[in-house]
Design a protein around this ligand. Structure first.
Ligand code: PEP
Ligand code: MG
Length: 323
């Protein structure tokens, strides 16, 4: 089956009713660029940058960031990349995070954007480098773990300041670089319409969204059986965020594991999601489903599912969509 799917590499990701779908890859290490390209990714929807901070005592400086990003962008040959600012803390520990005082619950602690706002010395070199990388190719900047408008405004102010600095230093960048945020905390999902007004795009991070919605530690094996992407509360939040994209308020994608999970592709298409970013290894399987789907029919089925979501287990209805 795997070998059979390889013939899909050059085929377009278009549904039976002619809707074009973006199938993008998540990148964890620069080496994965080749795999993503070979499997026909139309872009990199999530470039995780935590690896730059792992297994070392010091912090990467601006030039090191820039060198890594430049080489990845060159390897992508013109397809767009979304670089996520560092998401250290909780499940992703590194030298920079370990300087922060330990807290009782790292998943609810000084993580990701919170750490960046608190420690500009860690964040600024990366921010400058991502902006400078936007002069090399099509780059978007994405902020992880957004919780509130206040955070968004603070970061946007910092980005504006940093652009001024670069200009003064005579360093090139794309002044129109799109700035987006991950929706992976229930508070952000519930207020995503307001957040969308200030950002160029949103990307749903289902790994954390499920963890925080269901109060299930994503690293704790003892409760992993309760980690359920099809929980009605999770689906309701996801639908709400996708709807913001349907209304044209901003563009919405998904880059959590759910985007590459074949059980949910039809449901997500039915809800209106048009951009999926996943581990490269899932691209062809998802493309196969996309090419076999009719978005109009799926939209009707998704509406029916949500009409009944309060009194049925959505899993059975999702199953039906897959047949
Ligand atoms: C997510 O939370 O869904 C996500 C894509 O980010 P990460 O897995 O890196 O936390
Ligand atoms: Mg996350």
């Amino acid at each position: 089956r795997h070998i059979e799917r390889r013939r899909l590499i050059g085929e377009p990701a278009v549904t039976r009713d002619g809707v074009a779908i973006e199938l993008q890859a998540n990148l964890e290490l620069p080496e994965d660029v080749a795999t993503a390209r070979a499997l026909g990714a139309s872009g990199i929807g999530l470039y995780r940058t935590e690896f730059l901070y792992m297994n070392r005592e010091d912090l990467p400086d601006e030039e090191e960031h820039l060198a890594v990003y430049t080489s990845v962008i060159r390897g992508l040959d013109g397809i767009p990349i979304t670089i996520r600012t560092l998401d250290l803390g909780a499940d992703k520990q590194g030298s920079a995070a370990s300087r922060a005082p330990p807290t009782g619950n790292p998943a609810l602690g000084l993580r990701a954007i919170r750490l960046c706002l608190k420690e500009p010395a860690i964040f600024r070199p990366q921010l400058r480098a991502i902006l400078r990388a936007s002069a090399v190719g099509p780059v978007r900047l994405m902020l992880p773990m957004i919780t509130s408008m206040h955070e968004v405004e603070t970061i946007l102010f910092m980005i504006a300041q940093t652009k001024d600095e670069l200009q003064r230093d005579g360093l090139a960048f794309d002044p129109e670089i799109p700035i987006g945020g991950m929706i992976e905390i229930p508070a952000a999902a519930l207020t995503a319409a307001a957040i969308a007004k200030r950002l160029d795009f949103l990307s749903i991070g289902t790994n954390d969204l499920i963890q925080y919605t269901l109060a299930i530690d994503r690293l704790d094996d003892a409760v992993s059986y309760l980690y359920d992407p099809a929980h009605p509360a999770v689906l309701t939040l996801i639908r709400q965020v996708i709807d913001i994209g349907n209304k044209g308020l901003t563009s919405v994608s998904m880059c959590g594991e759910m985007a590459g999970d074949p059980r949910f592709t039809r449901l997500l298409l039915g809800l209106g999601l048009r951009t999926f970013s996943m581990q490269p290894g899932s691209l062809l399987e998802i493309k196969e489903i996309v090419r076999d789907s009719d978005t109009r029919r799926l939209a009707e089925q998704a509406t029916e599912l949500f009409d009944r979501i309060e009194d049925t287990d959505p899993r059975a209805l999702i199953e039906q969509m897959n047949h």
